[in-house]
Each structure stands twice: as C-alpha cells, then as structure tokens.
Design a protein. Structure first.
Length: 331
C-alpha cells in the first residue's frame, strides 16, 4: 500500500496542566523513516485482540469524524484542514472529560488500487533510556505502542460505497478513564458482537466435523482456526469461499455450501473473535504458580474433567514432565 497523506499533531499539558495542542502546519514527507513508523503502528494495531467493529452513528454524519471525512473525500477540504479539525475535536473531548494525555495524534491515508483506508492513532509517550555519543545514559521520550494506544481504521470504499457491513474498526485505550474517548471522537455505533458470531460459526464447524473421519477432525479444526486467525491478524474478514479453498482434505464446494446454508443470511464475510477461535483448539489457564494448556481434542481422551469436584485428570504425561516428577520423587 502507498501512503498518500500523513500528518501528526501533538497533545500536551499546558502550564496549568490542562490539555493543549501544537498543530503541524503541513503534511509529513513520505520517506523510509515515516514508512517504518507506519508499519510499526499497524503491527501494534493488528496485534490487538480487543478490536471493535461497527459504523458511524447517524449524529456523527452531521458533525465529527464522519462529517469531516466526507468533506475530505468530496474535495471540500484538504487533508491538513481535516486533521486540524479532528485534533480540535479531540482536545474538546479531553477538556470535557478532564482527561490527561501527553502524546501525538497521527493520521494517514493509504491507497491500494481503488481502495483507500484512513488510519488514526492516538499515541502517548513514555520515558526510555539511551546512551548518547558521550557514552552517558540519558532519558529520552519515545512513542508508547502499549495499552494506552488508541487506533481507528476506516475502509473508505465500504463506507462510501454504501454496501453495508462494518467499515469502521477501532481499538480503544486500556488506560484508566480513556476507554470511551475514541468511540466518542469517532461517533462509533452498531458494534459487531464478534464473540457471539464466533460461537455460532464454531458450532457449525463442529457439526460439519462430525461428517469427517475421526482421524481427520483435529487437522480440520486446526486448519479452520489457522486460516481465521490469519485473517484477523490482517484485520480482514473471513470469507466463506476463501476459507473453503484453504482447507486440505475437505470438499470445498460441500463445505462452502454447508456454511452458506447454516449461517445467518448476509454472513458471507465474518468478523471473528481471536480468543474464542484459539480456545476452540486449545484450553489454557494460568495462575501465579500454576499453568495448564492442552489441545481440545485431548479432552475426554487423555484429559478428563470432573465438574463436581473441579478436578482435572491426565492419563499419560509428557515425557519431560514425567521425568521431572520421577526425579523429584526419587530425591
């Protein structure tokens, strides 16, 4: 993809501690350094499991992000003007909430063929250390791509094409008091319940797996989950035909027809929950001094759970674990 526009604006506390803006007057030049930053931002966004999907609210079409974006796409305002307008709206939200933010608003547009995508990031700063040219350790401010980062993506083709679907995706901040800031700024609504969609999808997958030979079921499940997780890591929906073609050892036409018949109408493009997918093929849990994980197909085979006593029994331990236990017993 090619970056066609990019700009940053700074958010910082003023002398009184209130949020203030430092606006950049022109777009950033697209060079190797900028492309590296954009790639790092997108990697951080795609690694998030808490991405939410939806649309712009009706109110936001008259003002806010959707209104400004429509003017940008229609050529009624330039990218810099659009970004300044959005930065001022962010400042207003922070002032109304009494929020504190030290960092940057980063906006960029990407184009691939006829597809255009807007990305918005609100990235805080953190203090790190470096060794300078005098071989002295000194503090330096860096961008924080951790839990405090907020990110938003708009598929302009889906939105302006009015084809429906979830064209708006975002990842809110997990910092205290900031969780709803991005939703409010974007005018986000009509979120997709990915967990519910995934439960329904996996029920269909499990039912279809009963038609397969027993020795093929585990591989079938892993192929399905691997493909779907791969799509999520690209922030792309799962399309039934694409999934069908990716499965080895399964009649793609039969599988595609089965899913089309057993999923709700219009669900040819599925947005699925990565955690739920991973739990389908692996059970895992961790506490301070205990960690357990095993493939789901081992349940009721080598691994048995008794709900009445909350007891997990394992038959046939892994060689390394057995060796450690025997050594401990002998000691």
């Amino acid at each position: 993809m090619a970056i066609t526009h990019c700009i940053t604006h700074q958010i910082h506390p003023d002398e009184s501690g209130a949020p203030a803006l430092r606006l950049r007057a022109s777009e950033l030049a697209v060079d190797e350094t900028l492309e590296s930053l954009v790639a790092e931002l997108k990697r951080a966004y795609l690694s998030r499991i808490n991405r939410e999907y939806g649309r712009f609210s009706a109110e936001s079409l008259e003002s806010g992000l959707a209104h400004g974006l429509a003017q940008l796409v229609d050529g009624q305002q330039g990218f810099v003007e659009f970004s300044e307008q959005l930065a001022r709206q962010l400042l207003q939200r922070l002032q109304e909430q009494g929020g504190e933010l030290r960092g940057h608003l980063i906006l960029f547009l990407e184009r691939q063929h006829e597809q255009q995508t807007l990305y918005l990031f609100i990235v805080g700063q953190r203090i790190a250390s470096r060794i300078n040219e005098r071989q002295e350790v000194e503090p330096v401010l860096t961008l924080d791509f951790g839990a405090s980062m907020m990110a938003l993506k708009v598929d302009l083709e889906l939105w302006r094409g009015d084809a429906g679907g979830a064209y708006l995706s975002l990842s809110p901040s997990r910092a205290r008091g900031m969780a709803e800031l991005l939703q409010q700024l974007a005018g986000f609504c009509a979120g997709v319940d990915k967990a519910a969609a995934t439960r329904d999808f996996l029920e269909r997958i499990e039912t279809f797996s009963r038609k397969l030979p027993e020795e093929q079921v585990s591989d079938f499940r892993n192929q399905v989950v691997g493909y779907c997780v791969g799509q999520d890591l690209q922030d792309a929906p799962v399309e039934i035909n694409g999934l069908s073609q990716a499965l080895d050892g399964v009649d793609s036409a039969d599988f595609s027809s089965y899913l089309a018949d057993h999923l709700p109408a219009g669900d040819g493009r599925l947005l699925l929950d990565r955690k739920s997918l991973q739990r389908y093929v692996k059970f895992a849990g961790r506490e301070r001094d205990l960690a357990i994980s095993f493939s789901s197909h081992q349940l009721n085979r080598r691994v048995h759970y008794q709900a009445e006593t909350d007891t997990l029994s394992i038959t046939g331990l892994p060689k390394m674990l057995r060796s450690q236990l025997l050594g401990h017993v002998e000691e």
